[in-house]
Structures are given as C-alpha cells and as structure tokens.
Design a binder for this molecule. Structure first.
Ligand SMILES: Nc1ncnc2c1ncn2[C@@H]1O[C@H](COP(=O)(O)OP(=O)(O)OP(=O)(O)O)[C@@H](O)[C@H]1O
Length: 579
C-alpha cells in the first residue's frame, strides 16, 4: 500500500516535469533551427531527461500494477475465506431466503479486485488531483484566464461523467435478475445433468429462445444507455475542443503584449488538455468509488447478515448417552416467510436402540421433521429432547457427531470413494478397516472392489479417470456413510429409493446390522419396509395421524392401513386384513 501511495505521488508529479522538459526542448530546438543559439548539448540533455521520465513512469506504473495484483490475491484469499466461513455457519434456514441467495450472488466473484478498487480509486484521484493542481499552477503563471477556461470546461465533464458512471452501475444492479435467468438457461444447455432431457424433449430451441430474450433485453438496455453516453461524449469532446481553441486564442492575444515561445504555446495546449483529462479521470474514479462502496457495503452486510427471530445454535451441553431416548413434544415448524405451519403439534418418543419408521404422503412434513430433529431448523413451537436435554442446549458439534443423516438428495461428491464414504466422520478418513466394513455392510464393497484404484478411485465425471456410478450404486455409497459414522442416532431419508429390488431387499434384510447399536429413524414410501420398524409414525398434513407397530396400525384400519393396502393391491397381494 505504501508503495502504491508513493507511486501515485511520483506519477502525479511526472506529467508537469514532462511538460516542462517538452517546453524547454521545443524552445531549445527552435533556437537551434533559427540559429539563435548553439546549445546542442542542452538539447541532448533535455532529450535524455525526456527518455528518463518515460522510463521512470513506465517502471513505477508496472511495479504498482504488480503490487496491486499481489494485494488483490491476499485480499481475495482472506475475503473468500470469510464468506465461506459465514455461509457454512449461518443457520441452515437462511438458505430458504431468496434475499440471502441474492446477497451471496452479488458478493461472490473477484472480491479482492473489487475490495482493492476503492483504494485504487482514491490513489488515482490523488494522482489526478496532483496533475490537475500542477497544470493549473503552470497555467496561472502564464495567465489567470487560462485557469478559468480550464476550470469552466471541466464542470460539464465532471457532472456528465459521474452521472453516467452512476447510471451504468444502477443498470447493472437492476439487470442482476435477468442476467441470472439468462445464465440459468445457458447452464441448462451446457450442463451434463440436463443434457439428456434437453435432447429427449428437444428443448434446445425453446431454451435458446428464452435465453436469447433475456440476453437481448439486457443488451438493448445497455446499448440504449451507451447511445446516450456516446452522444454526450461527442458533446464533451466538442466542449474540450472549444475551450482548447479559446485557450489558444488567449495565447495568440498574449503574444501582442508579451513574448510567448513555441514551447510555451505547445505546453499550454497540453496543460489545458491535461487539466481536462485529469478532471475526466477524477469523475470516472469517483463513479467507480461509489460503485465499489456499494459492493463493500454488501460484503459487510453479508458478513453480519442476521434474520431476527432465527435462533442460532448456542448450546454448550454434551450429547447425552441416550438412556431414556428422544422425545418430540408438541413440535410445530413454519418455514421462514412461510404462511402455514408445515408441522403442527407433532409428538412421539423414540426409545434407545429403537427403529422408527416415518411414513406419510408427499409433502406431509417428514423431511422437515428430520431437519428439526437434527437441529437444522429450530422448532417454532414445542421442544425436542435427548434424554430430557433440550436440543437447543446441546453443543452443535456434539449434536452433529451423534446424529447422522443421509438425505434423500445426498451429495455426490466428485471426490474419491474414500472421501465419499468417510465424509460422515472425516477425521477417520484413513481408517481402512472401518471403511471396508461400512462398504461391506452397505453393499458398496462389491463394485468398489472392481475399481482399479479401489477406495482411492475418483467418482464422477469431473476427472478424466473418474468413474461414474449408477443411481443405486451412489445410494450404496451414501448408506456406507451412515454406517461409517460413529453416531448414536442414524436417520435415513428414503434410503432405498434408487436400489434395485434385490439390493433393496438386501438392505432391509441387513437393516438390523446396518443400524446395530444405534437408534434409527427411516423415512420410506415402501410400506413393506416400514414393517421392519419397531414402531411407525404416520404423518398427515404435518400432524401425527397415528402411531404404533405395523400390526397395531393395520388393526386400527386408518391412514397406514389405507396406504399399505394400496401398495399391496398394486402388487396384486391380497391382504384380507392379515398382517
Ligand atoms: N424450503 C422450504 N420453504 C418453504 N416450504 C417448504 C420448504 N421445504 C418444504 N416446504 C414445504 O413443507 C411441506 C413439507 O415438506 P417435506 O419436504 O418435509 O415433505 P416430505 O413429507 O418429506 O415429502 P416427500 O415425501 O415428498 O419427500 C411441503 O408442503 C413443502 O411445500
């Protein structure tokens, strides 16, 4: 920064030095040409001075660019880290808020550069101010009217430049939404997951048309602004030329009363143009300063982003040994900005080591309940207790360690098999024995064994030698995660949805082994699988409709029996009320 500051001072004083050398050089050479003097060596010295000024200016400028880049990298590193720390620690529910996503979108990308911008702008303004003052000082020594002419000419330049700078920034903010939409359409046309359907449904022309509309809308708005800008700039050039002519006129007029050399004439012309150039630069930099100021404000407001009323996890107690079990007491949950409670007065208990199945129609609230159970969503009403200890009081790290969840839409990390399995307890990443056991129990060992690099094979298409897995194979990897983690509670959301009948059967046959010694909750739409559970909780419209064992619920003849019979009918199995 210090170097940049010094460099700006040097760069700010060089133009007047160059101007003075040019003036003297022209005067000396004119004298030589007109044979009024014989100062050849002086002309050579001045040429050398001109050469050195050019060299110094270039060196300082390039060195400043290098140091600025270095600062940019350092800043970028720190700032991105801070953003990532923030996004990985904010309450999970913030991701449900479009404003939070918008905020993130605005702040992401090229941060160091943008953060350094105000500093660069201020230095540039300082440098231009130095140039301006020195040129005005020079003009004043010639005649005060030249200062007035230069200053008056600068006023429209200043206002028009800053006005357009601001409007262009406001336009880019206003276009963020359309830009994002255009990006989404082009992403669909370029991304691998969508490539299949885009071909199947012959969607390309439609998507391209949608992309084109958004793209062209933005382009038209930008062009319209640019048209106005260019017209205004022609006017500005006219003003500059006019005032330059005026200044030259003053010079001609001055020749009547005092001696003006050719050098003076050229130097004054350059000084008038230089003054306007620096005003131009100051106004441009001020517009950019305004823009980067807004960006920095966005950045800090993201770092301090907080939604009133959303509880942060601040518990300090350890996770209990689960001797009594888990109790869900009158739990209600409403999504941020949601209009209704998607969970209403949900109550049930899970005994230690028990296997509980959560069933219910789509949208009945199963996944939401699971996210409440693991503390991702703080309940709106009621409480969840582990051995009588309220979830809110438990230290977040301990909770995450003891409750392991495999989500329905688990992440397929484009990393090694080892990382994909051990991610549920990444500290034990090197534990080969545990890895093999988890893969064995989940059924993943079978296909991992066939891979050339074994557990170190990279999965996915991001790498040239990466292996892509089928949906069911990925699900087995996800199941292995659940086994690998040393958690007391394991929650599986639709653990077998992508498995073939044989694999599904095997998973459920091994369910006891997969969850041995753990309290397990699983969500399933397969009623036959729910039979394996010790107890079943049926959710309907966010409420517990009924709960009990399979036999009890069949005997009850309610929601569960209806769902069970519907599936049984589909398979052509006569239940006849039998269990
Ligand atoms: N992020 C969200 N913001 C607002 N509402 C949501 C959000 N996620 C889910 N919902 C709503 O909450 C309700 C319950 O959703 P949830 O995903 O818990 O259902 P589910 O029983 O797991 O369904 P499925 O069987 O289809 O997986 C639904 O009505 C859904 O519209």
């Amino acid at each position: 920064m210090l170097f940049s500051l010094l460099a700006s001072v040097v760069m700010g004083t060089l133009p007047i030095a160059a101007l003075s050398v040019t003036k003297h050089l022209i005067d000396t050479v004119t004298d030589l040409v007109l044979k009024r003097s014989e100062q050849f060596s002086m002309a050579l010295w001045l040429l050398l001075a001109q050469f050195l000024i050019v060299l110094l200016s270039s060196t300082v400028q390039k060195a400043q660019e290098y140091f600025n880049r270095k600062m940019e990298f350092r800043l970028d590193h720190v700032l991105q880290q801070q953003i990532m720390q923030k996004t990985s620690s904010v309450p999970y529910s913030y991701f449900d808020l479009p404003e939070f996503q918008d905020h993130l979108d605005r702040v992401n990308g090229g941060m160091g550069g943008r953060f350094l911008q105000p500093l660069k702008n201020v230095l540039e303004i300082g440098k231009s101010a130095l140039v301006l003052l020195s040129f005005l000082g020079f003009l004043f020594t010639v005649h005060w009217s030249l200062v007035v002419i230069s200053t008056v000419a600068s006023i429209p330049i200043f206002f028009i430049q800053s006005g357009f700078g601001k409007r262009s920034f406001q336009l880019s903010v206003a276009q963020t939404k359309t830009t994002r939409e255009a990006h989404y359409f082009s992403h669909l046309l370029k991304s691998r997951p969508a490539a299949g359907e885009v071909r199947l449904f012959r969607l390309a022309p439609h998507l391209m048309r949608r992309w084109s509309q958004k793209f062209l809308k933005n382009a038209a708005e930008q062009l319209s602004l640019q048209k106005k800008q260019q017209t205004a700039y022609v006017g500005l050039d006219g003003i500059t030329a006019l005032f330059y002519t005026l200044a030259a006129g003053v010079m001609v007029w001055l020749m009547r009363t005092s001696t003006v050399t050719v050098g003076d004439f050229v130097a004054i012309g350059q000084a008038v143009q230089g003054t306007q150039g620096s005003i131009n630069s100051i106004s441009q930099q001020m517009a950019r300063l305004y823009e980067s100021g807004l960006f920095i404000r966005d950045y800090f407001s993201l770092l301090h982003y907080e939604v009133p009323g959303v509880r942060q996890m601040k518990g300090t107690e350890p996770f209990p040994a689960l001797v009594q079990g888990i109790s869900v007491e009158n739990v209600s949950y409403r999504y941020l900005q949601g209009r209704r409670d998607v969970l209403q007065n949900v109550s049930f208990t899970i005994r230690p080591g028990e296997k509980l199945a959560l069933v219910g129609e789509n949208g009945s609230g199963k996944t939401t309940l699971v996210k409440c159970l693991m503390g991702l969503y703080p309940v709106t009403d009621g409480q969840i207790c582990f051995d009588g200890v309220n979830l809110d009081g438990i230290e977040e790290g301990a909770l995450r360690k003891e409750i392991n969840v495999i989500f329905q839409d688990f992440i397929r990390y484009q990393l090694s098999v080892r990382e994909n399995i051990a991610c549920s307890e990444i500290e034990r990443y090197g534990d080969d024995e545990r890895l093999a056991e988890a893969a064995e129990k989940s059924g993943a060992a079978q296909f991992v064994g066939r891979m050339a690099q074994g557990y170190d094979t990279y999965l996915g298409r991001m790498y040239r030698d990466g292996e892509d897995l089928s949906g069911g194979q990925w699900q087995k990897i996800a199941l292995a995660r659940a086994v690998f983690a040393d958690a007391q509670v394991v929650i599986l959301d639709e653990p077998t949805a992508a498995l073939d009948p044989q694999a599904e059967r095997e998973v459920f046959a091994q369910f006891e082994r997969l969850t041995a010694g753990k309290t397990a909750i699983f969500i399933s739409h397969r009623m036959a699988a729910a039979r394996l559970a010790d107890r079943i909780v049926v959710l309907k419209d966010g409420r517990v409709a009924e709960q009990g064992t399979h036999a009890e619920l069949i005997a009850l003849g309610g929601e569960y029996r209806r769902m069970y019979e519907m599936q049984a009918e589909w398979y052509g199995v006569e239940t006849g009320g039998a269990v």
